[in-house]
Design a protein around this ligand. Structure first.
Ligand SMILES: NC(=O)c1ccc[n+]([C@@H]2O[C@H](COP(=O)([O-])OP(=O)(O)OC[C@H]3O[C@@H](n4cnc5c(N)ncnc54)[C@H](O)[C@@H]3O)[C@@H](O)[C@H]2O)c1
Length: 398
């Protein structure tokens, strides 16, 4: 079934509902079930997801604390609905440890510390361990100086950017972070990967329960969405990827094989050069400032598993109180104004972060995370491989 047919179904469901967040969530639940192709009435409680990942990472050689850090991060990615960056990344991390590519017990180290700014060497530790350390440092600096900025080199795949953004938001701060990644994007007019999917995230809370959490790859999509299309046997929309000859393709398998994603926006005619520019901006904040690998020099995706990643990240925490007073109230007003704009169809205007919040509500209602049967099967096999207790599923609560 194509993406477009699913969209048509989604629209039909929207017609049946009001635009309140709760009915919206209900529709997303129904549609997610259809889209995942998952009939399972079983879910995995969030704590059990963390327990399973923690057991696997600890068995692979990390400390118990670091294993928890990775487990919590990957659970949050799945909880927010970003399954491409959740538990399904764990095997990659374990493989990198088994192949002595990542150092499972390394600690990040501050190289230079200049008031609000610091440069950190991740020492080839797990990306989530480095990321948490650096955002904690940026938060500490923001509390002291109004702003904290940390760039780091010598790191690994650190998961979803949104996790670190929310660490700052929980402290009443604005959070920003980004990372470079293995080359996957063909810059506008090129037919070869020169930059990564280079995601970035910025978030700010209003103080009255609302928030903006932008968390996005600077390619049209993260590569995980193409993997998902393959799993569902769907075509991909035009503007996502090129084939090995550099032509725009709608064939998901061809796109995955070539691994040549188009920048956010797609073709030059559709302003894809803006996504390309954003990816380069991320690269400056990460690789260029930190001295990590950068652009096409980062280990290749899929075939670079025998090389150290040495990726770079950038983290910022900013105290909004350092600027004009009332910024949280103004943000609250703005978000309400945007949500209440007249709509073209049946679907309400959303704010970045809403789809993830809706997914989390669904998980909470159902008493756990619904995984695709393939993910559950892979996890069961992986439990055997690691000799750890497999994940325990429980019946959905609704
Ligand atoms: N570590 C890495 O190497 C790496 C690389 C790429 C992506 N990622 C992560 O993968 C995840 C997925 O990235 P993505 O680009 O596929 O995300 P996405 O396209 O699903 O969402 C991007 C952003 O758009 C917002 N959004 C979605 N629909 C919206 C709407 N209708 N109105 C307003 N806002 C809307 C979302 O809330 C989100 O903030 C992110 O968490 C990202 O950090 C990580």
């Amino acid at each position: 079934m194509s993406v477009f047919v699913h969209r048509a179904m989604l629209s039909r469901f929207y017609k049946l509902a009001t635009t309140s967040v709760s009915s919206h969530a209900c529709i997303v639940t129904i549609v997610n079930r259809m889209m995942s192709g998952c009939q399972s009435e079983k879910v995995v409680p969030k704590d059990e997801v963390i327990r399973f990942i923690q057991d696997c990472m600890y068995k692979a050689g990390t400390t118990l604390e670091d294993a928890y850090t990775v487990g919590h991060h990957l659970m949050i990615a799945d909880y927010r609905g970003h399954f491409s960056h959740g538990m399904n990344r764990m095997q990659m991390y374990v493989k990198d440890i088994e192949n002595r590519i990542t150092d499972p017990t390394a600690r990040p180290q501050i190289i230079t510390d200049f008031q609000a700014i610091a440069l950190v060497d991740g020492k080839n530790a797990l990306g989530q361990v480095v990321g948490k350390y650096c955002m904690e440092l940026a938060i500490e600096k923001a509390k002291k100086f109004g702003i904290g900025m940390v760039t780091t080199r010598g790191s690994n795949h650190f998961g979803i950017c949104g996790y670190y953004t929310m660490m700052a938001m929980e402290q009443g701060l604005i959070g920003f972070n980004c990372t470079n990644t293995s080359p996957l994007m063909a810059p506008t007019r090129s037919v070869k990967a020169g930059l990564g999917t280079n995601p970035l995230s910025l978030g700010m809370a209003t103080g009255d329960g609302d928030e903006f959490v932008l968390d996005m790859a600077t390619t049209a999509v993260a590569v995980g969405k193409i993997e998902l299309a393959i799993r569902k046997g769907e075509d991909i929309p035009e503007g996502w990827a090129l084939d090995s000859d550099g032509n725009v393709t709608r064939d998901a398998e061809e796109a995955f094989e070539a691994s040549l994603l188009m920048p956010l926006g797609g073709s030059e005619r559709n302003s894809g050069y803006k996504g390309y520019g954003l990816a380069l901006m991320v690269e400056i904040l990460c690789g260029i400032l930190s001295g990590s690998q950068f652009g096409p020099n980062i280990r290749p995706w899929k075939t670079g598993n025998d090389q150290i990643a040495d990726v770079g990240h950038c983290f910022m925490a900013i105290n909004p109180e350092a600027f004009a007073s009332g910024s949280k109230e103004r943000l609250s007003t703005l978000l309400k104004q945007l949500r209440n704009l007249p709509v073209a169809g049946e679907e309400p205007v959303l704010i970045a972060g809403d789809p993830e919040r809706l997914h989390m509500k669904q998980v909470d209602r159902e008493g756990g995370i619904t995984y695709h049967p393939n993910q559950l099967k892979a996890s069961e096999e992986f439990a055997k491989h690691m000799s750890v207790r497999p994940m325990k599923l429980v019946p959905k609560s609704v």
